[in-house]
Write a protein that binds this ligand. Structure first.
Ligand SMILES: Nc1ccc(Br)nc1
Length: 446
């Protein structure tokens, strides 16, 4: 297709990859701004973290799912002024479609649930660990990608759903050595805001925008918060009352403020009662200031925080009973959370809880004679067939080199294939920690 043809179509011309490489310029070997490589040591830590995400999800009976990292931009075009929209990593593809690198996983989940329709039995309990993206001007030097663990329950209207999700995160924290002295969960409900705003006859249509503005509390000056709330036509009385309610830190005080008949108080009471039964009461506290920064939350919201107050939120989630209908589907009750891979690692570093994950390859196999390379390959294959990890020396190397490599890969055993032993169907074995060495029949190698 030549430029003319391409220009003939409506919309912008998406540029083809640069055809000519100028080899006089050294390629930048760093990853793109805001992104990370995962060399072996970092990859072992990432795999350890993700394995814990997955094992906890499976412990709770959740099924793993995944979605494309590239989605239609339309999934994320919400009009509530969210940061996630301002930072959308979006572009027009070569078919002139508006697409985006997913900034979160929940819209993809909603899309798949609608696509599956009645073919999927309720309740749906799905989990995913996926890379999410944002395009933020690098002035703030923040990352542009992270991996998020998500667990979602679709089809359960009661707060038993949220209680189960919080239990799964507590289970995860316990597995990696985090205690309620290290982190807690601030829990509230958007129905608190809803009941205050409805008292001032604020239309439902302004609810999400008000939540997004309030979520900026503590991040921008209070005067700015008030100005933005006035811009969405909240009266000064409504704003004052709202900001006062957001300082409430006890359910008793909340009940005094809102009365005991509304859903906000009754759902929160039920959630705290369930927390007792799950055994994680010491991990949670009511905090009316928690609203979270996603427009689609409709009820309980929660976030995991570091009690020393040094780090950003560790995780966050809540109920989103209206999301499916925003995509044209029939609404289903839904709740879920997102848990990023970065803050938790910072927390583990802070608390000295990073796990030791050394490279461990039990066996290093090498031939002592270039003509025995094939024999060494046979020995390696026998061991691998028995589930043993083997580093096979692939070139004719001096023993000094082999011992150095054995140390680097933390090998337990050096298997030496020498001509004299091989003629007897034997190989030499050296236990590297003790220096003990012996000969053994290849078939008896364990
Ligand atoms: N939503 C989002 C995506 C990527 C990063 Br890094 N942070 C937040």
């Amino acid at each position: 297709v030549n430029e003319t043809t391409r220009a003939g179509r409506s919309g912008s011309i998406s540029s083809p990859p640069h055809q000519v490489v100028d080899y006089s310029q050294k390629v930048d070997v760093n990853p793109p701004k805001g992104t990370r490589d995962f060399p072996p040591e970092e990859m072992r830590l990432r795999n350890w973290l993700f394995q814990n995400f997955k094992e906890v999800s499976q412990l709770f009976g959740f099924e793993e799912v995944d979605y494309p990292v590239l989605e239609s931009e339309a999934l994320y075009i919400r009009k509530a002024g969210e940061e996630i929209r301002d930072q959308l990593y979006c572009f027009e593809d070569r078919g002139n479609r508006r697409v985006a690198l997913r900034p979160e996983l929940t819209p993809s989940l909603a899309r798949l649930v609608i696509q599956k329709g009645k073919s999927v039995a309720l309740p749906i309990k799905w989990f995913a660990v996926g890379q999410c993206w944002r395009y933020e001007r690098m002035t703030r030097g923040r990352r542009r990608e992270h991996y998020q663990w998500n667990m979602d329950i679709i089809g359960v209207p009661d707060v038993t759903g949220e209680a189960e999700l919080i239990s799964s995160i507590v289970t995860f924290f316990k597995r990696i050595g985090i205690t309620p002295k290290d982190v807690g969960f601030k829990i509230s409900s958007r129905k608190v805001l809803q009941e205050v705003l409805s008292f001032y006859s604020v239309p439902e249509s302004l609810f999400a925008k008000a939540c997004i503005i309030i979520d900026k509390m503590g991040k921008i000056p209070m005067e700015e918060i008030k100005k933005e709330l006035e811009l969405v036509e909240l009266s000064k009385d409504a704003i004052e009352d709202l900001l006062q309610v957001l300082t409430i830190k006890s359910l008793t005080e909340l009940e005094e403020k809102l009365g005991g008949t509304g859903e906000a108080v009754s759902e929160l009471k039920q959630l705290f009662s369930l927390a007792e039964k799950f055994g994680y009461s010491e991990w949670i506290q009511f905090d009316a200031s928690v609203v979270r920064g996603l427009a689609y939350y409709t009820g309980i919201v929660f976030e995991g925080f570091d009690r020393e107050g040094k780090l950003r939120a560790i995780c966050g989630g809540g109920r989103y009973d209206r999301l499916l209908s925003t995509f044209g589907g029939d609404d289903l009750p839904a709740c879920g959370f997102g848990f990023g891979d970065a803050v938790i690692i910072e927390l583990l570093k802070e608390r000295g809880l990073l796990p030791e994950l050394p490279l461990e390859i039990e066996n290093i196999v090498c031939s002592l004679d270039p003509n025995l390379q094939g024999a060494a390959a046979m020995v390696a294959t026998v061991l691998r067939g028995k589930g043993q990890r083997v580093d096979l020396v692939l070139e004719n190397k001096p023993l000094k080199w082999v011992f150095k490599r054995a140390t680097r890969i933390n090998a337990r055993r050096l298997i030496l294939v020498g001509s004299a032993e091989w003629e007897k169907g034997m190989v030499g074995v050296k236990i590297l920690s003790t220096g003990e060495q012996y000969e053994v029949n290849v078939d008896e190698l364990q």
